[in-house]
Design a protein around this ligand. Structure first.
Ligand code: DGI
Ligand code: FE
Ligand code: FE
Length: 189
């Protein structure tokens, strides 16, 4: 399946808004791949498919992950929307025939991040946050510039803002988000 065919299939699955977001992440990840010297096509595919299971209901997300013996943490049971990342990696493999483990892992960790990410994983995490169609979040102008000048600084900035945003919400923060934050805080500082 080429990227155009993936796009046609994805368009049938996602809402128009979510599809536009996916195209935004596809191209943003592509431009970041130019800068950081990684495979542009891989970055664009990972960006395009990163939310490909987002349309699945929360109840079904749990069922589908359990059926495939994908480990589900307590926080994921409490906040099943987190599972769209792992399930999108599964769907990328099963429905879009992606076998590249670097693409699949970038999709799987795009919501919480994880310590010691690869360049592709960082790019997808960041592109998801900065793509032009997303409703602008605080400090987005600075964060967008950092995305093209200092990847780790940009990650830390997003993680910092996310941790503070989640701190004000009832939803529990995923321990992986916190771990990722602490990891990049130590690395950058
Ligand atoms: O799928 P997107 O909307 O494009 O973006 P995303 O994959 O970053 O998911 C965003 C959602 O995930 C948003 O509703 C906040 C939530 N989220 C991110 N990190 C955490 C989290 N929710 C909880 N409960 N805990 C987290 O650590
Ligand atoms: Fe997502
Ligand atoms: Fe997304």
């Amino acid at each position: 399946m080429n990227r155009q065919e993936m796009k046609e299939k994805l368009k049938e699955k996602l809402s128009p808004k979510r599809f536009e977001h996916s195209i935004g992440v596809e191209y943003t990840a592509g431009t970041m791949a130019f800068i950081y010297d990684i495979d542009v096509d891989k970055a664009m595919i990972a960006g395009l498919l990163h939310d490909c299971a987002k349309y699945v209901s929360n109840e079904k997300k749990i069922q589908k992950c359990e059926k495939r013996h994908i480990p589900i943490s307590q926080c994921e049971y409490d906040n099943p929307e987190l599972l769209h990342a792992k399930l999108s990696a599964v769907y990328a493999q099963e429905k879009y025939h992606i076998s590249d483990s670097e693409i699949l892992s970038a999709i799987a960790c795009h919501t919480t991040g994880k310590p010691a990410m690869t360049t592709l994983e960082k790019i997808i995490y960041i592109a998801d946050y900065i793509e032009p169609n997303r409703n602008p979040l605080p400090e987005i102008d600075t964060i967008r510039k950092e995305a093209y000048s200092d990847l780790d600084q940009c990650l830390l900035h997003i993680l910092h803002n996310t941790v503070h945003y989640l701190g004000t919400k009832e939803n529990k923060m995923d321990p992986v988000t916190k771990e990722t934050y602490m990891y990049y805080k130590n690395r950058v500082e």
